[in-house]
Write a protein that binds this ligand. Structure first.
Ligand code: SAM
Length: 218
């Protein structure tokens, strides 16, 4: 998607992907990632996700990247925090408490920004990217985040029923994208359509949500 697509969605408040509570995958599966606080957890395409607050509540430091400054500002506001902001290249970097959010394009992040990353949390990030960009994202993650394990929340559905984003990324595709560099475990797999009214309205009759742990091959 062009950046303008996402900027417009944030401007219009068309952010059905945002959840008012942390994703249940964190309570159920974060422990399986096996990285202790106060490690840095990288949250790509972070939006204003309250998952970041959940991670901070467990003692982690959170490094996010997000195109929209509206999203970044809204996140800090939701946490009653006033960040200090610095300019780093093309990025505005907002920092407060355990949170450091880089506003700009993920693929332009400097390697230095990611040097302390201990784990990655991807919810609605891979699936937000069009199929043509997913390989670049998977390769970028493995190059830029080194040995960090990933907790990935993936979605899959019948593409005849709806156009992305979110794009359908079934297990076979996740394996194709990640298995060269990571050992993958499916931690849970369930049809969550009943809890996703917005997707039902868009025409989906089933929505498979799969939580993966990806551990870097040695
Ligand atoms: C589907 S939303 C998911 C947000 C968040 N992960 C959540 O669970 O609420 C995808 C987000 O990625 C951002 N985004 C899309 N492409 C991006 C890119 N290349 N670099 C940084 N952020 C991007 C969008 O602005 C949007 O907020």
């Amino acid at each position: 998607m062009e950046p303008s697509f996402w900027h417009e969605r944030w401007q219009k408040g068309d952010i059905g992907f945002h959840r008012d509570a942390a994703h249940a995958a964190l309570d159920s599966h974060w422990r399986a990632v096996g990285v202790a606080p106060p490690a840095v957890v990288f949250v790509p395409l972070c939006g204003k996700s309250l998952d970041m607050a959940w991670l901070a509540g467990k003692g982690y430091r959170v490094l996010g990247v997000e195109l929209s400054q509206l999203a970044v500002d809204a996140f800090f506001e939701s946490q009653n925090l006033t960040p200090s902001t610095r300019q780093q290249g093309t990025f505005a970097v907002s920092t407060a408490g355990p949170f450091e959010l880089w506003c700009g394009d993920l693929f332009a992040l400097p390697a230095d920004a990611l040097r302390e990353v201990g784990a990655v949390y991807d919810r609605a990030s891979l699936v937000a990217l069009p199929p043509a960009t997913q390989h670049a994202y998977a390769d970028w993650l493995s190059t830029m985040t080194g040995k960090a394990p990933i907790l990935l929340v993936g979605l899959a559905y019948d593409e005849a029923e709806m156009d992305g984003p979110p794009f359908s990324v079934p297990q076979s595709r996740v394996r194709e994208l990640l298995s060269a560099n990571y050992d993958l475990d499916v931690l849970s797999d369930a049809d969550v359509i009943e809890a996703n009214v917005g997707m039902k309205k868009r025409g989906l009759t089933a929505l498979q949500e799969t939580v993966y742990r990806a551990r870097r091959k040695t």
